[in-house]
Design a protein around this ligand. Structure first.
Ligand SMILES: C[S@@+](CC[C@H](N)C(=O)[O-])C[C@H]1O[C@@H](n2cnc3c(N)ncnc32)[C@H](O)[C@@H]1O
Length: 321
């Protein structure tokens, strides 16, 4: 096996483990890649951040649609490697999961309305439209506060302690910041976002399509910028007669230096905004640190204090307060 391919193989094996129970096809494909020294050697020449399983699988789905099985996938990879590599070099894993709004909503609805929503790491901005979606928390439904055509209904398992709101939020202003914004008006960006959804995850891709259709009728403004530098200028644009909420979900893992994450937290606090974060427990230094059990979940926090444990794609919420 070529140098570096051993740990690369491990990362694909780990990915297969993480995909177990979510996407049987991706378990098979990732395990296949992990044992294929020829394919691993091709991936290993890419820059580190371009070797991720999610990027390879997304690029293949973007180009060819979902593969039937490992032999089919391997054949496509062998026959089309230059095209696959080109997509992997240009694209990034920017999964935009509007279903996460179901876990943000109980917290956002507790804040004084209306809200000025500023999302850091917004991708295409689909989490900036919580007011345009419907929710079902085990039969307790929350309707959109803005009338839209064909609003997706996000189902979320909520424990008894979760304060399910009686009504949706009011959003007076919304804007996103992203180092590489995706444009909902661009068909290739839309195709890429759909390609990032794993096959076998029920109606997730269909719901994403509904959220994208809503965004295409009134695209959220996403400013190109780096959360390490450009947040104060955008925050200063928010209207003063709404509660400014700076929020982020599945973003801080992209900022690998812990000192930069702490500096970001200081920047958010300095704006005086309310701060809603929904991130993996390993990427942030929470005010009240504790040992979290293993699993694919995020910690939802308000102003740095954990309030809920959320399934990372918005499927469930467990209130901690
Ligand atoms: C996994 S996506 C999450 C998108 C959205 N927050 C959600 O939950 O669906 C992470 C996003 O963070 C953006 N990002 C990563 N590093 C960033 C940085 N330093 N500044 C701004 N955005 C960044 C990426 O471009 C990507 O669009």
């Amino acid at each position: 096996m070529p140098a570096g391919a051993g740990s690369l193989s491990d990362s694909y094996t780990q990915f297969a483990r993480a995909a177990t129970g979510r996407s049987p096809l991706y378990v098979e494909l990732a395990n296949g890649v992990a044992q294929d020294s020829e394919l691993l050697a091709r991936i290993a020449v890419l820059p580190n951040e371009k070797q991720q399983p999610n990027l390879l699988l997304g690029a293949m789905k973007y180009l060819f649609g979902p593969a039937q099985d490992w032999p089919h996938f391997r054949g496509q990879a062998q026959d089309n490697w230059p095209a696959i590599e080109a997509v992997m070099r240009v694209r990034r894993t920017q999964t935009n999961e509007p279903a996460r709004c179901a876990t943000l909503l109980p917290l956002l609805a507790q804040l004084p309305q209306p809200l000025a929503l500023l999302e850091v790491g917004a991708a295409a901005g689909l989490c900036l439209q919580p007011d345009k979606y419907a929710y079902d928390y085990g039969g307790r439904r929350v309707a959109p506060s803005v009338i839209t055509t064909n609003a997706p209904v996000f189902h979320c398992l909520a424990d008894a302690g979760t304060p399910i709101p009686h009504r949706n939020v009011q959003v007076a202003w919304r804007a996103g910041l992203d180092i590489n914004p995706l444009d909902v008006g661009n068909d290739e960006d839309v195709r890429w976002l759909k390609a990032l959804v794993w096959p076998g995850e029920g109606n997730r891709e269909a719901l994403l399509g509904q959220a994208l259709a809503i965004a295409r009728t009134d695209p959220p403004r996403i400013v190109r910028g780096d959360l390490r530098r450009d947040l104060p200028a955008l925050a200063a644009e928010a209207p003063k007669n709404a509660t400014l909420v700076i929020m982020h979900s599945a973003v801080l893992n992209y900022v690998s230096d812990p000192a930069e994450r702490i500096a970001f937290a200081d920047t958010v606090r300095a704006t005086g905004a309310r701060w809603v974060s929904n991130e993996g427990p390993d990427v942030f230094f929470w005010d009240n640190q504790r040992a979290w059990p293993a699993g694919s979940f995020f910690i939802l926090a308000l102003d740095g204090k954990p309030v809920a444990r959320t399934e990372s794609h918005g499927a469930s919420i467990e209130w901690l307060a």
